[in-house]
Design a protein around this ligand. Structure first.
Ligand code: NAD
Length: 466
């Protein structure tokens, strides 16, 4: 079976099992599980004196809330099944995290590295045209975001193209998230998914009842971590984990890995990767890749692509905790093997929800036409200054200079975005933790999260009438 077929089957298997636990009637379960619609387009762009045909998809999984939300991926390996699985995960993710969106996902079958920047822009604008004229990009209907192979530049082209097609739409900027700040983006979106992964690990380590199950202590310091995929999500997660004392002992990439048992200098590695576009030649580089997924470590963070942990390597996994930073890295069969081995898995549709949480903040910012913190920043600063002055007056002592700036400063957009993201990740973890520990029939965190997500979607359909 192809990876993407197995991926879709794995997502649906968890759904079926969770729907049974909720005793959902079959017709309603089926309605939720199956994608509402999938649009496939083949369009031509004349480049390098030749007409090139590109194939793309946009799947709308569940419209119980609108707009639907989900990234656009540029990858040569994408397929209809992959997009359907990813769109379904978006519905469950938005529901679990209490975001006002249904689920969607898109892909263009392309290797972005095969094209120059101006060529990629023309291809993206043409794809945007195809999707926008069917409301598959639209501020109140369908709002894409970055995913594998796409970045804020691609989002900027999408946003600009949509605005040109809809010059009188006052909300046009809200048609896509993950934009550069100058195009209506929000501070903190680029790092959001990786930062969310970091918060997810931090939350796990705050609940003794959970970390003791795998013999962990509650500290992040010196935890030995293997990361697969050093792109947007993998880098930002690794950077924060290292900053807070964890040791990133291996980074696995497409052409090989970097290993350092004392902990890799993540910023140095990232600068090298940006400059050379490969890890090859870096100190500690080896061509070994997938074998390192089974390397001895405390935490494994797959942040690349789907189905990388499967029935053939699952039994050899040594990590006690797997945090699914990427979508669908563990197949259903591997999931069963790992659970039997006592490994805890923090599931993708919670662990990597930071991206869509901050996309939600960006979308609201675009609709309100006002940056976060504008109304509070100076007012907070004034109140904090008064408090410091009062403390100095009451004690007769000077407030420590090194603390004063931080205490007095009002909250900026990035402070508020990070605070909102942390709050959402905390809330999400607490809900999964409570569900898991309150129902003996629920055997793992993935099922607990899915039960929460489906219940809310099912309630929405029940109240609406299907
Ligand atoms: P990216 O394109 O920025 O980075 C992916 C990295 O993984 C690349 O460096 C690539 O070379 C590497 N890679 C790909 N296949 C690999 C393999 N088999 N082995 C080792 N390395 C491999 O993509 P990203 O945005 O970081 O997304 C990574 C994962 O996170 C995807 O599953 C994506 O769906 C998911 N995700 C991303 C976001 C987001 O905001 N970007 C949000 C939620 C989920």
């Amino acid at each position: 079976m192809s990876n993407s077929k197995e991926f879709l089957q794995s997502v649906n298997e968890v759904f079926d099992q969770s729907a049974r636990l909720l005793s959902l009637p079959d017709d309603l379960a089926n309605k939720i599980k199956l994608a509402n619609s999938i649009y496939k387009v083949s369009f031509g762009v004349k480049l390098r004196n030749k007409l090139h045909t590109f194939t793309g998809f946009r799947c709308v999984h569940s419209e119980h809330k609108e707009p639907v939300k989900g990234g656009i991926r540029y990858s040569i390996d994408s397929s209809q099944e992959e997009v359907e699985a990813l769109a379904a995960l978006m519905s469950y993710k938005c529901s679990l995290m209490d975001l006002p969106f249904g689920g969607s996902k898109g892909a263009l079958i392309i290797n972005p590295n095969d094209w120059k920047k101006d060529e990629l822009e023309r291809i993206t604008r043409r794809f945007t045209n195809e999707l926008a004229k069917r409301n598959l990009i639209h501020p109140s209907q369908n709002v894409p975001a970055p995913d594998m192979g796409t970045d804020e530049n691609v989002m900027a082209w999408i946003s600009d193209e949509y605005r040109r097609l809809n010059p009188t739409d006052i909300d046009a900027q809200a048609c896509v998230t993950g934009k550069p700040i100058s195009m209506g983006g929000v501070h903190g979106r680029i790092e959001a998914t990786g930062r969310g992964v970091f918060y997810a690990i931090q939350e796990f380590l705050r609940y003794e009842k959970d970390y003791k199950r795998i013999g962990f202590t509650g500290e992040l310091e010196n935890k030995r971590i293997v990361i697969q995929g050093f792109g947007n999500v993998g880098y930002h997660a690794a950077s924060l984990l290292a900053e807070y004392g964890a040791k990133i002992i291996t980074v696995i990439e497409k052409e090989g890995s970097v290993v350092d048992e004392n902990g890799i200098d993540i910023e140095k590695l990232n600068n090298y990767f940006i400059r050379k576009k490969t890890l090859q030649g870096y100190n500690g580089f080896t061509k070994t890749r997938n074998r390192f997924l089974t390397k001895d470590c405390d935490i494994l963070v797959p942040a690349a692509t789907e189905s990388v942990i499967h029935k053939d390597n699952a039994k050899n996994i040594k990590a006690k905790l797997i945090v699914e930073a990427g979508n669908g890295p563990v197949t259903a069969e591997a999931d069963r093997i790992l659970i039997r081995k006592g490994v805890i898995i923090i599931p993708d549709f919670y662990a990597n929800a930071g991206g869509v949480v901050v996309s939600y903040f960006e979308w609201v910012k675009n609709l309100s036409k006002m940056r976060y913190g504008l109304m509070q920043e100076r007012e907070d600063e004034k109140k904090q200054k008064q408090l410091v002055n009062a403390l100095e007056l009451m004690t007769g002592k000077n407030f420590p200079d090194d603390l004063k700036t931080d205490v007095v400063k009002g909250s900026t957009e990035i402070d508020l975005v990070r605070s909102g993201l942390e709050e959402k990740m905390r809330e999400g973890y607490k809900n999964i933790h409570e569900k898991y520990h309150s129902d003996k029939k629920i055997k793992d965190f993935r099922t607990a999260a899915m039960v929460i997500a489906i219940k809310k979607i099912a309630d929405a359909y029940r109240y609406m009438g299907i």
